[in-house]
Design a protein around this ligand. Structure first.
Ligand SMILES: Nc1nc2c(c(=O)[nH]1)N[C@H]1C(S)=C(S)[C@@H](COP(=O)(O)O)O[C@H]1N2
Ligand SMILES: [Mo]
Length: 250
């Protein structure tokens, strides 16, 4: 290997230093300029329009890569937390009359069914133990039991509606609500859940029925489902309206 040595003069060093400083100055000015421009952009559901379009592009990529055959990793029962973290009490923080609860299933406008917990429990039961992930940065291996959404679809003849684009879920008081794309709601690990660690759901974890959807972040796992409906367009979504991503896929 030939050995080459370069002699650098003081003048060259000074020029390089000057160029470095100018580039740095231009870079910072550019950042400030982009920042100011962003602040002047209009908002779309709590997110500045350019940022919202980044989120929407992410959604398209996620959607294209989504596969119903790809399962979320599951764990053994001994790995499941005994003390399960409680997070978020929107729409469940009131005197709830469990005796009066029935799931309101809007199959089509004008075609609503009221389903009791016992009727749901009569369907085949599935358990899932997976790493529950919240957008705030924590995760926990937890154990849930209930009915696969796809089995619920079969039982209540929802094949057509469930593929229409989206499903919307609301708490009984309509204070918390989420929208979920058809592919994700029909994923084989998505369940209408009524048990945690083999016991009925605690009140603060959505008694009597919640959504468990391992292909999504925690925000979409709506606790205490009051209403389920179907829609070709995105149903309202609480955290989306606060500026979060609509899709929230994992
Ligand atoms: N009704 C209702 N469901 C909700 C929320 C809420 O505030 N209200 N928070 C969501 C969020 S952000 C998370 S991380 C999970 C937490 O579920 P956990 O309390 O069982 O851990 O519930 C989701 N479902
Ligand atoms: Mo969350």
């Amino acid at each position: 290997m030939p050995f080459t040595q370069q002699i650098v003069s003081t003048k060259q060093i000074r020029n390089k230093t000057i160029i470095s400083f100018i580039s740095f100055f231009l870079f910072i000015t550019g950042c400030v300029f982009i920042w100011k421009w962003l602040q002047k952009q209009p908002e779309n559901n709590g997110a500045l329009v350019p940022l919202r379009s980044v989120l929407n592009t992410n959604e398209k990529i996620f959607n294209a890569l989504f596969s119903s055959n790809r399962l979320t990793k599951t764990f053994a029962e001994k790995d499941a937390a005994k003390k399960v973290r409680v997070n978020g009490n929107l729409g469940i923080n009131y005197n709830f009359d469990a005796a009066k609860w029935k799931l309101q299933l809007i199959r089509k406008p004008g075609d609503t069914l009221y389903i009791s917990l016992d009727e749901i429990k009569a369907l085949p039961k599935t358990d899932i133990i997976f790493d529950f992930k919240c957008i705030e940065g924590w995760s926990q291996v937890t154990h849930w039991g209930g009915v696969k959404f796809s089995d619920f679809v079969k039982k209540y003849s929802l094949d057509e509606q469930s593929r229409i684009g989206y499903v919307g879920l609301h708490t009984p008081d309509n204070q918390y609500y989420v929208g979920i794309d058809s592919k994700s709601i029909l994923h084989p690990q998505t369940i209408l859940c009524y048990e945690m660690n083999g016991q009925p759901l605690p009140m603060n974890q959505g008694y009597p029925l919640r959504l468990i959807i391992p292909v999504k972040y925690g925000v979409k796992h709506l606790k205490r489902i009051g209403t389920i409906f179907f829609s070709a367009n995105r149903p309202p979504d609480y955290w989306y309206e606060q500026g979060y991503d609509y899709y929230c896929g994992l």
